[in-house]
Design a protein around this ligand. Structure first.
Ligand code: UD1
Ligand code: CA
Length: 476
């Protein structure tokens, strides 16, 4: 349980969070629901849920879903939040009407927008604390971005007045009101009783023919309730993602923040603007990331590593002092301390590269475990393979793991030497210290310390070339 939550409950005030996420996202012109579009490698809605989970337990988070509800629900179900269905999306006010039963038992609710993903828990807590201190019926989180176009504006009795008269949507602004820079972030706190009392007074008498939650500001104000605002320190934190351009801008903001977080923690990132680093990536100090690197998903990298340009690591765990040379692709794999990878290596899911092991250029691994100090330096495929410590895999070696129907394992012991261009037809076991002659096709197990050579004998015919030339000359 978070500090904020404890504080809220001590005050004897039961709090729930409602996340509005039912909309289609028409302006994105996408088949994917808006809240499942990603920034920093994670859906917009997941960012909002993560922030809300710092304030209340997931069981007190109600996510309003509607457009492609099943898909949205499945995408975030693991977070443990509750869902409320808004079958037809008749506006943000209607979204809250649909959550009426869910929120009735709470004294207050915080309303978040599923498409405002950069909101920080600290700012949500600030809204909640301000709301309580002000004993307000409605607290609106506002901001003053450079360009307020497209957002609802906060209308005050006079520019300096703390009294909020209403929120006016972009399309309904008079020419003079268009110069108002104070925007509605779409994030609010409400006292539940007055909200529910006046919620049915919303009308669809507006440009979109929708029930606007923003109209609650005017309705509550008219009913003599207290409506206040609190301004976000950074406007960038409350910007929405309504178009692809806005989405890409939020992604850039988030990635810049991630890069700054890592650099502040001692990681060197050259040209961070060229790197794609997902929000949940962790890197330890003294590691250097070169330009054009992608670190995706839940990738973890230790200290004193060098990740060279054009390498892409997704959901990988990398130890300390690891070198990943240029243009490697590593997916769902682990790399232990001191290992050297690449250039141009492909570690597919389930690869476990041991301490000080080497994976060289044009080597592909899949579900392959390499022991300490094992080496596969050139042009090799190692699939479903176990390779012991200090074993050397020569250039061009292939583990033939697939007969068209089933996959089989190749087991290679410690200190084995596999000569270049050998094919190992699985299932097959090569025991410790064995030696495989170059160019062998190995179909039978090889005992410890043995030499196995499985190749055609060489035939050498002396003088053959001259004899052939002589034959050809006679035929002319
Ligand atoms: C809304 C506000 C606007 C504010 C802006 C901040 C209204 C009428 N306007 O505008 O004042 O400046 O957010 O970002 O609220 N949703 C539902 N059900 C619906 C409609 C929308 O759940 O029927 C959800 C959407 O999925 C979205 C959120 O509510 O996550 C906001 O809806 P959106 O259509 O993006 O509102 P804006 O036009 O951005
Ligand atoms: Ca929006």
């Amino acid at each position: 349980m978070s500090k904020e939550q404890t504080a809220g409950q001590q005050a004897g005030s039961k709090l729930a969070v409602v996340i509005m996420a039912a909309g289609k996202g028409t302006r994105l012109k996408s088949h994917r629901p808006k809240v499942l579009h990603e920034i920093g490698g994670k859906p917009l809605l997941s960012h909002v849920i993560a922030a809300a989970s710092h304030i209340v337990a997931p069981a007190a988070i109600y996510t309003v879903i509607g457009h492609q509800a099943k898909r949205v629900r499945e995408a975030v179900a693991a977070s443990g939040v509750c869902f409320v269905e808004q079958a037809d999306q008749r506006g943000t006010g209607h979204a809250i009407q649909c959550a009426r039963e869910a929120i009735a038992g709470y004294d207050n609710i915080l309303v978040l927008s599923g498409d405002v993903p950069l909101i920080r828990p600290e700012t949500i807590a600030q809204v909640w604390n301000f709301h309580q201190a002000e004993h307000a019926a409605m607290t609106i989180l506002t901001a003053a971005p450079e360009d307020p176009t497209g957002y609802g504006r906060v209308l005050r009795r006079s520019p300096e007045s703390p009294v909020v008269e209403a929120i006016v949507e972009q399309k309904a602004l008079t020419p003079e009101q268009r110069s108002i820079r104070e925007i509605n972030s779409g994030i609010y706190a409400f006292k539940t009783a007055p909200l529910l009392k006046h919620l049915d007074k919303l009308t669809a008498n507006n440009a979109h023919g929708e029930l606007y939650l923003t109209d609650m500001a005017g309705l509550l104000r008219t009913a003599g309730e207290r409506v206040v605002t609190v301004q976000a320190a950074e406007a960038a934190e409350v910007l929405g993602a309504n178009t692809i351009a806005e989405l890409v801008a939020l992604d850039a903001t988030l990635r810049a923040a991630t890069a700054s977080r890592l650099m502040a923690a001692g990681v060197t990132i050259f040209k961070p603007e060229t790197c794609v680093i997902d929000a949940e990536v962790e890197v330890a100090p003294d590691t250097v990331i070169e330009p054009f690197v992608q670190l995706l998903g839940r990738t973890r990298i230790g200290s004193d590593c060098l990740i060279r340009s054009y390498s892409v690591l997704e959901n990988c765990a990398v130890g300390n002092q690891v070198l990943v040379r240029q243009s490697c692709v590593l997916t769902e794999s682990t790399v232990a301390d001191g290992a050297k990878i690449g250039p141009f290596a492909h570690l597919r899911p389930g690869s476990e590269i041991g301490e000080d092991a080497h994976i060289g250029n044009f080597v592909e691994t899949k579900k392959a475990r390499l022991g300490k100090g094992a080496k596969a330096n050139h042009l090799t495929y190692l699939g479903d393979a176990e390779i012991g410590a200090k074993t050397n895999i020569g250039a061009g070696v292939i583990t033939c793991n697939y007969d068209g129907v089933h996959k089989y394992t190749t087991r290679i012991g410690e200190g084995v030497f596999v000569g270049s261009d050998s094919t190992l037809v699985a299932p097959v076991t090569i025991e410790d210290e064995a030696y495989i002659g170059a160019g062998s096709c190995i179909t039978k197990d090889v005992p410890s310390g043995a030499l196995a050579v499985g190749r055609a004998h060489q035939v050498t015919k002396e003088g053959w070339v001259a004899a052939r030339r002589a034959r050809q000359k006679m035929q002319e």
